[in-house]
Design a protein around this ligand. Structure first.
Ligand code: FES
Length: 146
């Protein structure tokens, strides 16, 4: 590989400062799920790499806003940063409503992270899919959220 090709390859793997921050200081990571009482749980796996992500949400019964969003993953650095950012997005400013949370897309997470390397984009899909599954689980257990 030429020097020029090497530089391009390296640039393609560059992580933003925001990604590094969320990887080294993950927000809302749940170290031990034993005894953690969530209102909704969702899991998503990646067909590309086989990694798994689980998301737990707690919902305020009056406002129906997500007051806590915890997660665990066996995924890579990008999956950790994406999950951390997803959990921040849904709980900041008093928390998202369930309707808002179900509309979170991987592009929302990616934009807040300042992008991900091209071959790591599938890792960011895990976060919003597991979140959507947790919201659906909550709705199923709570009469559709009424
Ligand atoms: S989550 Fe599997 S490579 Fe990123």
């Amino acid at each position: 590989m030429s020097n020029e090709e090497n530089k391009k390859e390296e640039a393609g793997w560059a992580y933003s400062e925001v990604v590094k921050d969320h990887f080294f200081n993950p927000r809302n990571y749940l170290a031990d799920s034993d005894g953690y009482k969530a209102d909704g749980v969702g899991t998503e796996g990646s067909p590309v790499c086989g990694d798994l992500l689980t998301v737990w949400i707690k919902v305020d019964p009056e406002t129906k806003k997500i007051k806590e969003c915890k997660w665990q993953t066996f995924g890579c650095a990008s999956a950790i940063a994406s999950s951390s950012m997803m959990s921040e997005i849904v709980t900041e400013n008093g928390g998202m409503t369930l309707d808002q949370a179900i509309k979170v897309e991987s592009a929302d997470i990616m934009n807040r992270l300042g992008g991900l390397p091209m071959n790591k984009i599938h890792c960011s899909v895990l976060g919003h899919m597991a979140l959507h599954n947790a919201v659906k689980d909550y709705l199923k257990k709570n009469n559709g959220g009424k």
